[in-house]
Every structure is written in structure tokens, then in C-alpha cells.
Design a protein around this ligand. Structure first.
Ligand code: SF4
Ligand code: SF4
Length: 98
């Protein structure tokens, strides 16, 4: 966790990110190197409101999320691990440089 309750914002550029749950060669490096377990994945939500809410996910397409970014310690390991320059981290509004 960062010091003095600093505000952490982790931005993933999903156009650049190569994460794919069903691609054996798909990238998951940021998840693997993050000791604080900030990252998570889940299936994509469908926007078809005609189907029941509990079925409104697509089990074949998953996305990478950062639901626990408050636990980020600013180590920068995920940024260094990302070969696609898809991660930006801001601490109190200032981009983390690694
Ligand atoms: S390391 Fe980069 S490309 Fe790989 S899953 Fe993480 S954000 Fe996506
Ligand atoms: S900077 Fe470090 S603690 Fe924060 S999300 Fe990246 S790997 Fe995890």
C-alpha cells in the first residue's frame, strides 16, 4: 500500500492489452508479478438487457481489471513486465515512472 493514503489510479489500455483467458499464449504477466494481488479477471458483461441479469456475461471473453488498486504499493513491477505499454499508474495524479 502507498504511504499516507495516497490516491492510486491504475489505468489499463484495453486496446493494447493482450490478456486472454482462453489463449494459452495470452499475456498475464502483470497478474503474475504483482505481489499485492491488485489485478483480477472476469467475463465480459453482455449489454443485452433482454436476457436475465444473472446470465448477462459472456463466458468466452474475459477482461483484466484492477479492483484492489488501493493495495498497490507503487513498485512498478507490472509496468516493467508489460511488453505492450498497456499500464499507467498514477499516484496522487502523478504518473509512476519506471
Ligand atoms: S502485462 Fe500488459 S499486456 Fe499483459 S495482461 Fe498485463 S496489461 Fe495486458
Ligand atoms: S505497481 Fe506493483 S503493487 Fe502496484 S499494481 Fe503494479 S505490480 Fe502491483
Amino acid at each position: 500500500m502507498t504511504e499516507d493514503n495516497q490516491a492510486v489510479e491504475i489505468i489499463i489500455d484495453h486496446d493494447r492489452c493482450r490478456y486472454s483467458m482462453y489463449d494459452p499464449l495470452g499475456c498475464k504477466k502483470c497478474l503474475q508479478v504483482c505481489g499485492a494481488a491488485v489485478f483480477a479477471t472476469r467475463p465480459v458483461e453482455k449489454r443485452d438487457f433482454s436476457i436475465p441479469k444473472e446470465q448477462r456475461v459472456d463466458p468466452t471473453i474475459w477482461v483484466l481489471l484492477t479492483p484492489w488498486e488501493d493495495y498497490c504499493n507503487g513498485c512498478g513491477a507490472c509496468i516493467r513486465a508489460c511488453s505492450y505499454d498497456a499500464i499507467t499508474i498514477k499516484i496522487d495524479g502523478v504518473s509512476l515512472l519506471v
